[in-house]
Design a protein around this ligand. Sequence first.
Ligand code: C2O
Ligand code: CU
Ligand code: CU
Length: 490
Amino acid sequence: MTEWEGRGLTRRQAITRGFAGAAFVCSFRFDKLARVAGGRKSAAAIIASANGPFDPFLVDVPRPPVKLPVKRTATHDIYEIVMKQATANILPGLQTPITGFDGIFPGPTIQATRGRKVRVTQVNRSGRSMVVHLHGGVTEQASDGHPMDIIPDGTQRDYDYASVQRGGQLWYHDHSHGEVALTLYAGMAGMYTIRDPAEDELALPQGDYDVPLMITDRSFNADGSFRYQLDLDMGFHGDTILINGAVAPRMKVEQRLYRLRFLNASNARSYNLTLGNNRQMIQIAGDGGLLTQPMRRTLIPIYPAERVEIVVDFRQFGVGSKVVLHNQGGEATTQTMMRFDVVKGGAEEARVPKLLAEPESLPPVNAQRNFVLGFRSSGGAQWQINGQGYDMDRVDAMPRLGTTELWTFDNQSPHPHPMHTHLAHFQIQSIDGRPPSIAEASWKDVVAVQPGAKVVVRPYFDYFTGLFPFHCHTAEHGDNNMMGQMQVTV
Ligand code: C2O
Ligand code: CU
Ligand code: CU
């Protein structure tokens, strides 16, 4: 009854992962076994590894708590979050030090409603300065979390979110310049959903059947702490996948439709989502809310900071089925992401309509810009845009409010770059000359630009003027200066 596709369990169990420098006898032994077997598992290794600290499907997927407002006014929902250090229970019997919003990883989920403004008071007791950015937010400059707008330790800051945009799955994270790789890795990320009352009429799965799933990768030291090693080229890649902060968890589901909101909050790793034996996933939304129409897919790539929302119809599986979500193409220990255990039947009223959102008519293109993505190794290694690293005193683009532009990202480096714009969402126009799919043409704020590729996007500068960054969302690239600034003017 388990859809393994003949790979998940077995290959994953050929453990080449383990604690760094650990006297962890079993992982050491399996390490050797795997090497001797040339990476192929033996049945003995699988059995012997039962109940290892990285074994999959031992815990239920955690649901980050939904944050309750400290106050609701006629116009506002007001929240208070405390950034602090704490420990998390990720590996059995070990405590993992983290830094998190409210001291948890992932941070609490904020559920905003389109049309109701949100204020979040961020209290910084983390021991270092922080900046909070609402990723995907159409936000005025003062609340956007510009990398230089820091909250010193021991102080607090109010962030005002306008809630003017379409419904969608956003997230919030630290944006301290040059240090996002470390703070994100330490746990500074949470989900933020904007619910659109118009969406409620669509009869998509709601409530318990609408589940945010944050994907991250980590490595561990023997004492359970996160292990980090800087890789300026590739960005950090961990050997263990966590979903909502748990190692390859299981999720009990009914025979119903589920809306799964995936966020890739990893520093640098991208994933190729596949479900069971290449089952269909119905993508309904991307970074910036609903697609115009649902798109059936059997493999969905998700790059750092991207969001992908899918509906899975678990009525196609019998009670007792176990359906694994894989990362196709991952290494031995990063292929298995989580498992859905179909535990009972259920009446279903939800459905996926043929039309999800009206295509919007956009204002005309007002300017074209070209951004060459590259690397300079002489005179201090850094990632660059148009031959320059980030300079907070330089403006790289001056779009006019209420217009659209065509931006070409031209990747002349050997690594992919998930390029992200603050404030403005965009639609992909072309990828190396080919037209976009329905999902690619939908509203997005991150686009993966493959090595050697040219991607043209059409950002819409709406609602706010001001100074906003755009950057590569591989955390190690953005930190090491792959960032520019735009000044949106009237
Ligand atoms: Cu999620 Cu400026 O980034
Ligand atoms: Cu952002
Ligand atoms: Cu990059």
